[in-house]
Design a protein around this ligand. Sequence first.
Ligand SMILES: Nc1ncnc2c1ncn2[C@@H]1O[C@H](COP(=O)(O)OP(=O)(O)O)[C@@H](O)[C@H]1O
Ligand SMILES: [Mg+2]
Length: 392
Amino acid sequence: MVSMKNIGVFFGGQSAEHDISIVTAIASVIKPLEAMSAYRVIPVYIAKNGAWYSDQKLKDIKLYQTGEIDSFLKKSRPISVRFDSGLVLKQTKGLLRKAPETRLDIAFPAMHGTHGEDGELMGVFELAGIPYVGCELLASAIAMDKVVCKKIIEAYDIPTPKMISFSKQEYQENATRYEKDIADKLQLPLFVKPARLGSSIGITKVSSHKDLQGAIEVALHFDTKVLIEESVNNLIEVTVPIMGNHDLTPALVEQPIVSAEGSFDFETKYLKRNKKTGGAKSAQKGAQGYSKLPAEIPKKLYDSSIETACAAYKAIGCSGIARVDLLIDEKQQKVYFNELNPLPGSLYRHNWHAAGVSATELVTRLIDLAQQRHREKTAVNTSFKTNFLKQF
Ligand SMILES: Nc1ncnc2c1ncn2[C@@H]1O[C@H](COP(=O)(O)OP(=O)(O)O)[C@@H](O)[C@H]1O
Ligand SMILES: [Mg+2]
């Protein structure tokens, strides 16, 4: 009998999206994995203080919903991690009992935001030399920084709103120069954003130059780097989930329905999903509230969205899975890159489902892609003999 592979599902984490990650892991990863019974699922929950826990009980959503997780963590001990030709999780039980160990064959990160989706966790899997699902360290890290990400997108001639960026230090030393630069080179209205935050925190739309300074100060309150970019007018927002390493499979172009208030904050994205959203025929409840699936846009814009999204995925060097957010100027019929999420909430399972990929097929294909990438990487020789030490 072939022994079942251990798949570590990582979730929680030190991020504003801690709770969203729990739902992604349990509903979109663990549930379909267990339905297939092809893998032994090892949940690895990273608590808000950064400690790692692993216990089969952590697969139960109720633990988190009821708040019982707090007493559970108080009673439990964090695991320790050993790098030993792979990644070994070790329970830290009593001194006398031999602590059980689990060797992971593959890792499935289901983390969002900081200390997880941003490449840090991918670095751990790289060091351990085990295959892992989703984007690699570099693409994950690039995607987390809007400035770096957009600079690469620009280098590939993919349209993205024109921007100017600077650090807090640079602004403090040269505020008037930057403000003049912005006035000379960018057209109002503008969006002022912290470079490395999500969920619309610290973002301001500015329609007059007199409001610029205040907006920059707000953004600099949340990050030491900001960007100011031109607004895409006559806006339609769409998002395109994509899967693949070399050959890409896009899911459907999806059009999130922005709330009537027209705001774009955390609440609109994650908490208002029960509110009425206008009754569009094809409205779907997704990870970020309601959306039109597929987007109700002309075929030319639909195709151009897929093309732009795939080009961005390649440019950033994504593999496995990602979701590309686009801004469309409906009047000018032009598609712009906005940002890229290397680990979309819920894996955008509802969209894949509508595109004909079931939840079990989705995780299976992602695991296959992870293993394929791992094989390709290990086939490259990384040991070089030198005489350096002998010469010393
Ligand atoms: N250049 C822009 N033109 C028009 N709308 C924009 C622009 N940039 C951002 N927005 C609006 O602000 C929202 C949040 O900005 P985004 O860059 O996606 O930040 P976050 O990382 O917080 O999601 C977008 O979903 C969109 O509605
Ligand atoms: Mg966004």
